[in-house]
Design a protein around this ligand. Structure first.
Ligand SMILES: Cc1cc2nc3c(=O)[nH]c(=O)nc-3n(C[C@H](O)[C@H](O)[C@H](O)COP(=O)(O)OP(=O)(O)OC[C@H]3O[C@@H](n4cnc5c(N)ncnc54)[C@H](O)[C@@H]3O)c2cc1C
Length: 532
């Protein structure tokens, strides 16, 4: 069943071809993958290179919400919310196996809260119009406790229920890469861009290195798009003469932390939203893949470590605020995984790096004198609209031939088929119409890990084989962090699977997994288990 299309050897052979591509994209997160898919769907010749794995940067570390952004509505940013609500509906339609509606409950403990939040969320509903996912409703205290059994009952007056969406971010990223490849693009992970090719001051391609073999490629392209997330400034730094100073940074990173605890803390399939914690922040408790995700924070950060650590006060904030709203307060000992992502917020020219909440949540596309196009900012939910914007800019500047927009508005991603709520434990439903191909692989009923609370779903041997044959996974963490999300759900359980997964990698790919890779994965699982 291996589609040769996705075999690494076939992709590398195409990268070696002496040719000029229309577009080369740096970075395989939401932004770069969205651009590559849109360009390929418009019939352009596209290559995308990712130095790690797809979504290994910020795009696997989101809160997993497909949302219009209620809090941006509170800030009066109606166009931003309207666009995101439109994109929410598009994503849920094109990838229903990995993106589903999710009901949120905003509990009220003070008299003013219910009418205040009710009115705001009704406005959110109205903005969504026919693309709304369900009505905003006022709930009494008893109904609130039925739907959200984990909520703190003492003093509860009632709640507002409203609808948004939820997804599996890393699986969506891999689907974007695979759909782009099925449309003729060349997408390759574990291949870092190390330099830009320049002629007479114009960028005309890039230089990249295959992480597995060390082979170096020169890739010529009419247009190069830098979609390297919080790392865009390093790629912009490659676009200059030897002695020229680096360009002023575009990005001010802001860190967001999530803690994962058992589903027992928030049983059911409703999420909890606290719009204003005691110090004015937002807190989510979200059922996701059989666990509960608590978060998040928004803390300025000046380094760009690919595996950042949480700050002690971020962990303290999430646990202490969760304790105020959950009937059973989670403690440090209950945390099964902690993960940290860096938001690529766009820096105003005179910013001093102080308050990241005040920085722009919108994306920015900039075109350098050399023709290098840089895109950063925005959010997962709007990746498709961002891609249209980027391509429009490239075409308007004559960097790409004109092709009409809209190619991805109704483009189902690979495997698209009716799905199930993302709050349920992971299982074959996440594979959509490919579930049958998955079941045909050896080990479909050999479970390497079972969801402990439900005894359903989990990670089967066939899922690991599928990741290696069809989903372009290469390393232990590609399989256990981003095809399966076990590292994010339960880091100790992921650590225990390193050996069986390494054995399957060797069997399926013929690549030997050396001691260094095993040690790196062990260190990673420790990192995801360690609280400061
Ligand atoms: C804590 C947190 C919660 C969030 N929650 C949500 C949410 O619920 N919903 C939502 O819609 N959005 C959410 N977001 C926003 C969203 O996750 C990001 O906007 C989005 O993932 C950014 O994607 P990106 O592709 O720009 O960056 P990235 O995902 O970081 O991708 C950039 C990629 O470029 C690669 N790269 C860098 N340098 C090179 C090089 N030289 N060569 C090759 N590759 C390179 C990196 O390895 C990386 O994979 C959240 C963000 C954070 C931080």
């Amino acid at each position: 069943m291996t589609p040769p299309l996705w075999a690494r050897a076939a992709l590398l052979a195409r990268l070696r071809e002496a040719r000029e591509w229309d577009l080369a994209v740096v970075g395989g997160g939401a932004t770069g993958l969205g651009v590559a898919l849109d360009a390929a769907a418009r019939g352009l010749a596209v290559v995308l290179l990712e130095r790690g794995d797809y979504a290994q940067g910020t795009s696997s570390r989101a809160t997993k919400l497909v949302h219009g952004g209620v809090r941006y509505l509170a800030q009066g940013d109606v166009p931003l919310v309207r666009e995101a609500l439109h994109e929410r509906a598009t994503l849920l339609a094109n990838a229903p196996h990995v993106a589903q509606p999710l009901a949120f409950i905003v509990p009220g403990y003070r008299l003013w809260e219910l009418p205040f939040y009710g009115a705001g969320l009704k406005a959110y509903d109205l903005l969504a119009g026919s693309r709304g996912l369900g009505p905003t409703e006022l709930l009494g205290a008893r109904r609130t406790c039925e739907l959200l059994p984990g909520v703190r009952r003492q003093g509860l007056l009632g709640a507002i229920r409203y609808w948004d969406g939820q997804f599996d971010d890393a699986r969506l990223a891999v689907l974007l890469a695979r759909t782009a490849v099925s449309r003729g693009a060349l997408a390759l992970n574990h291949c870092a861009v190390e330099g830009l090719l320049r002629e007479q001051g114009r960028v005309c391609g890039l230089r990249a290195r295959d992480a597995e073999t060390g082979e170096v490629f020169e890739v010529r392209a009419r247009c190069v798009v830098n979609a390297a997330g919080v790392w865009v400034d390093a790629v912009r730094g490659l676009d200059r003469d030897r002695d020229a100073p680096p360009p002023p940074p575009m990005v001010a990173p802001s860190q967001g932390v999530h803690l994962v605890v058992d589903r027992g803390f928030l049983p059911g399939l409703h999420a909890l939203l606290v719009p204003k914690t005691h110090d004015g922040r937002v807190l989510f408790a979200v059922p996701w893949l059989g666990k509960t995700v608590l978060g998040t924070t928004d803390t300025p950060r000046h380094d760009l470590d690919p595996e950042p650590s949480p700050f002690p006060d971020e962990v303290g904030f999430i646990l202490s605020e969760s304790a105020r709203y959950l009937a059973r307060a989670p403690t440090r000992a209950d945390v099964r995984s902690v993960w940290v992502g860096l938001r690529p917020l766009v820096k105003p020219a005179d910013d001093d790096g102080g308050d990241t909440k005040a920085l722009s949540r919108e994306h920015v596309v900039s075109v350098a004198r050399s023709g290098l196009v840089t895109v950063t900012g925005g959010k997962w939910t709007t990746y498709r609209a961002m891609a249209e914007d980027v391509l429009e800019r490239c075409m308007a500047r004559g960097l790409l031939p004109r092709r009409p927009p809209g190619a991805t508005a109704h483009l189902p991603l690979i495997g698209a088929a009716p799905g199930r709520p993302l709050g349920e434990p992971p299982g074959e439903h996440l594979y959509g119409s490919e579930a049958q191909a998955l079941r045909a692989l050896p080990g479909a009923d050999r479970w390497l890990w079972r969801d402990p609370e439900s005894g359903r779903g989990g990670l089967s041997e066939a899922m690991v084989r599928f990741a290696l044959r069809a989903e372009m996974a290469r390393r232990i963490d590609d399989v256990l962090a981003r095809r399966s999300r076990l590292l994010f759900l339960d880091a100790a359980a992921a650590a225990a699977l390193a050996e069986p997964v390494a054995a399957l990698i060797e069997q399926e790919t013929g690549r030997s997994v050396d001691a260094a890779e095993r040690a790196e994965f062990a260190a990673l699982t420790l990192h995801y288990r360690s609280l400061p």
